[in-house]
Design a protein around this ligand. Structure first.
Ligand SMILES: *Cc1c(COP(=O)(O)O)cnc(C)c1O
Length: 402
């Protein structure tokens, strides 16, 4: 019971201020603070806040306790202080590109970036006078060849979707340092459990918190942090001005999910590694991609850069093309055929009909995607139950292909 005997009395005709009950004890869980506005004592007190002499909030688009509580946890995971939470992963990507670049600048992007990041590169930045070039981040010479005198920023992901190729992060970081170019790394696929890009020289680190970090497919959020204070300030100001900032409830929910991130990552990764071995060489399977397997083109880098953390995703290609793919998803009971990753449950993505549908069949073939290709984001199920569901799909695919 709380003691309410000496609570200040609120005039029944006044709506504000809200007076929370007094308590000598503290909540162990971050409270949700949905307040959009924060009242100050005096104009002098407000000056102190705006001038950075006192900590406090004014208006939720500019910052609120739930965003700060979540950002502090994400900052600690990635090892970069001063990060901000954004309303989505794409809001974080957008804030980076639009706050750090201006018309006349040039940006180099990895050629297998997340689909919407590719769209920003191809459509939106050029429309605003920022030229872009896409290049293969597994090959530092290709990135170097794409650089121009006016190149301001390079944006890469460490592991590509869906072929799980591994970027030459250390090589690209050295190149960017040498040329005075900002290196931004979208670490969504890899997560800070596998790699902390800032420790490899990334200037800016981005996360779609929506995926493995929040981990339950019930919240859309992003996070971004920059090592240079002037970059961090530019990103924060742009996000606040353009309203890319998040809601308190989403932040609260993501913080709850984040508490189990390490455990979920370990479990999903262990099952993914087993699934890759389970599928390799099976009838009906043309190929399996998993970064630490002996037959992966970047296995050396998986050891050197990711320290053997192959991650929670497995990509495989069925024999028999689209007919086999249709039979597989229809028969793989209990596995969501849904274009996301990092959910508690295993999800199947079919790049040819979703993430990579804008490419021609030839363009897809060039990066190793066919109609039979699936990317599995391995979840937390009992591994045997998962393998049984996948085997059910595979049997149907073999029949359809035959
Ligand atoms: C999902 C994803 C994004 C975008 O995140 P949203 O939260 O969906 O906006 C960006 N980059 C990568 C690598 C992603 O997987």
């Amino acid at each position: 019971m709380t003691d309410r005997s000496d609570d200040p009395q609120v005039e029944p005709t006044l709506i504000r201020p809200a007076v929370p009950p007094r308590t000598a004890s503290r909540p162990v869980v971050t409270p949700i603070m949905p307040s959009v506005v924060y009242a100050s004592d005096t104009p002098d007190a407000l000056d102190a806040q705006y001038e950075g002499r006192a900590a406090g909030y004014t208006y939720a688009r500019e910052g609120h306790p739930n965003a700060d509580a979540l950002a502090a946890r994400l900052d600690a995971l990635e090892g970069v202080p001063g990060g901000i939470v954004t309303g989505s992963g794409m809001a974080a990507v957008t804030a980076v590109l639009m706050s750090l670049c201006r018309a006349g600048d040039h940006v180099v992007g990895g050629d297998q970036l997340y689909g919407r990041s590719l769209r920003l590169m191809r459509e939106d930045l050029p429309r605003l006078g920022i030229a872009t070039t896409l290049a293969d981040p597994t090959d530092v010479a290709a990135i170097e060849a794409a650089l121009r005198p006016e190149t301001r920023l390079v944006l890469i992901e460490v592991v590509s979707n869906p072929t799980l190729r591994i970027a030459d992060l250390d090589g690209i970081a050295a190149l960017c340092r040498d040329r005075g170019v900002i290196l931004a790394v979208d670490n969504t696929f890899t997560t800070p459990a596998a790699i902390r890009p800032a420790e490899h020289g990334a200037d800016v680190v981005i996360q779609s918190v929506t995926k493995l970090l929040a981990g339950h497919s019930d919240v859309t959020l992003g996070w971004v942090a920059a090592r240079a204070p002037e970059h961090a300030e530019a990103i924060r100001t742009f996000a606040v001005t353009t309203g890319l900032t998040p809601s308190p409830f989403d932040c609260w929910l993501a913080e709850r999910g984040l508490l189990t991130f390490d455990l979920r990552f370990e479990r999903a990764q262990a099952t993914a590694r087993r699934l890759a071995d389970h599928l390799a060489g099976r009838a009906g399977i043309e190929s399996v991609l998993y970064p630490t397997r002996d037959d992966h083109p970047d296995r050396g880098r998986a050891q050197a850069v990711l320290q053997g953390q192959g991650g929670h995703m497995v990509t495989f290609t069925l024999e028999g093309g689209r007919a086999a793919a249709n039979a597989f998803t229809a028969a793989a009971e209990g596995l969501a055929f849904a274009p996301t990753l990092g959910d508690a449950g295993t999800t199947l993505s079919h790049p040819a009909s979703s993430s990579h549908r804008a490419l021609s069949a030839e363009e897809r073939a060039a990066i190793g995607i066919s109609e039979g290709t699936f990317r599995v984001s391995v979840g937390l199920e009992d591994p045997e139950a998962l393998f049984a569901a996948i085997d059910g799909g595979l049997a149907a695919a073999v029949e359809a292909a035959g």
